[in-house]
Ligand binder design. Sequence first.
Ligand code: HEM
Ligand SMILES: *[C@@H]1O[C@H](CO)[C@@H](O)[C@H](O)[C@H]1NC(C)=O
Ligand SMILES: *[C@@H]1O[C@H](CO)[C@@H](O)[C@H](O)[C@H]1NC(C)=O
Length: 506
Amino acid sequence: MMFIFFFLLLSLGFFVFSSSTTITTCHRDHHPPSYPFIGCLVSFYRNRHQLLNWYTDLLSQSPTQTIIVQRLGARRTIVTANPANVEYMLKSNFTNFPKGRPFTEILGDLLGCGIFNVDGELWSMQRKLASHEFSAKSLREFTVKTLQQEVDDRLIPMLEEAAESRRVLDFQDILRRFAFDVVCKVSLGTDPFCLDHSQPLPPLVKAFDAASEISAMRGMAPVFLVWKIKRLLNMGSEKKLKESVNLVHESVMEIIRNKKENNSVNGDEGGDLLSRLLSAGHGEQVARDMAISFIMAGRDTTSAAMTWLFWLLSQNEAVERAIVDEVKLVTDKNNIGRARALDFETLKEMNFLKACLCESMRLYPPVAWDSKHAAAYDVLPDGTPVRKGDRVTYMPYGMGRMETLWGKDRLEFKPDRWLDDLGEEWENRVLKPVSPYKFPVFQAGPRVCLGKEMAFIQMKYVVGSVLRRFEIKPVSGNQPVFVPLLTGHMIGGLKVLVRKRINEWL
Ligand code: HEM
Ligand SMILES: *[C@@H]1O[C@H](CO)[C@@H](O)[C@H](O)[C@H]1NC(C)=O
Ligand SMILES: *[C@@H]1O[C@H](CO)[C@@H](O)[C@H](O)[C@H]1NC(C)=O
């Protein structure tokens, strides 16, 4: 019995709180209300997603929105929703807060030395290379062209068919497949045909899925070292992981070799990132690992953000109407007919849609939390001491729900909070500057998401193209549940019916 209890304790990651904030200054000691032992255990067990709300409650009760979590048998963890602390760890003392080995080991087999998974010199070298490529105007054009093809040739026809046959679709699944196609086309220059249901899923996609799932499981495993032993013995899930990783690496290598053979590397055919890296003279392995990192970083994030936005819009018809109006306004102004594709300049003008996306990600951030590991002793701006090796986690999910940051109506979906109130004129709708340390959904500082602009282009393109043609109606009115896997997901997907929009501006 005792053994089982202990096992539960370990495997469920039961938490013992020592204190929130400033345990150095005793007079300011603050203890969060203690939670009934078994009560937590049970809720932890039943709903892993509860952890998010549990942390969020504790953070909002802490005077400086920072808590220290001690888990039996695990690393001391500091969780913060305090923008000053976030700025400190992500910018001011960036070098003291690398991702660290505990994290990079978990994804290391799949990502190798790719930018997403390394620190220090290895990271900064790739960051320079990649920033250069990501900021190229030609990449932006290539991205918009890719989006246009994927939307016109696959997404719209699929939605039209569903509207006619009144078939229920899982919109989350569709957006995920869409995003995988786009990120592969942009990163590798190849088409995985994910959204095309008439084609079987290519092995690369299956292998990528398996590899990222198993890697994520490593991080959640009850006893940390078990996966290492399994890897050593090449057993079970670790065996599968190894096979999948080999397949991913091999497939990308083959793409690289083809590019080199066909000599498309130096020509203008290769608008994708991989071709750019190769033609800039980077080695095959470096290019391979970077491209895999891009896919990992860019695959499920945009789809998660859009899934939640579509659901929120179904609950806020006036906002949806306003997005459709904005699309009409900017396309009219730029002389783009209803049937024509959106271009980059037009997308740039969609400030209201951008506000809606930010508001949706405030409540449902694709990356709910993200951790670093302290390289040396340090003290956060609110006075929280950090020991060497501590995990320091900033939590966009909790931050989006802090009353201190967003006010009493923090739980409401109100895109207007992102806009300067300059009257009713659409042209005057300007986005308010908001500190990235208050809203770190893309992280912030030197390691801010490289694909941020690309992500907004993609999300605006898709949401704008879909909403000007269709109404997306969830079949269930229930509040969906948010789970933070590698990226935030909707449990059970988003089941919808699609209707053609009756448009007065046809
Ligand atoms: C809404 C969509 C997105 C969100 C919310 C998002 C968020 C983030 C976050 C939080 C990080 C930091 C992760 C960490 O360090 O642990 C990150 C890094 C990164 N993201 Fe994104 N991302 C999105 C879309 C994309 C897209 C479309 C790409 C394009 C391929 C991309 C490429 C990257 C890369 C390369 C990094 C690593 C940067 C570095 O370590 O220097 N992201 N992103
Ligand atoms: C940054 O971190 C180091 C430890 O690596 C620490 O000694 C230093 O005081 C920190 N603070 C600033 C402002 O650099
Ligand atoms: C490049 O070469 C491979 C075979 O080496 C071929 O399968 C592929 O279609 C070629 N691609 C282009 C763009 O010519």
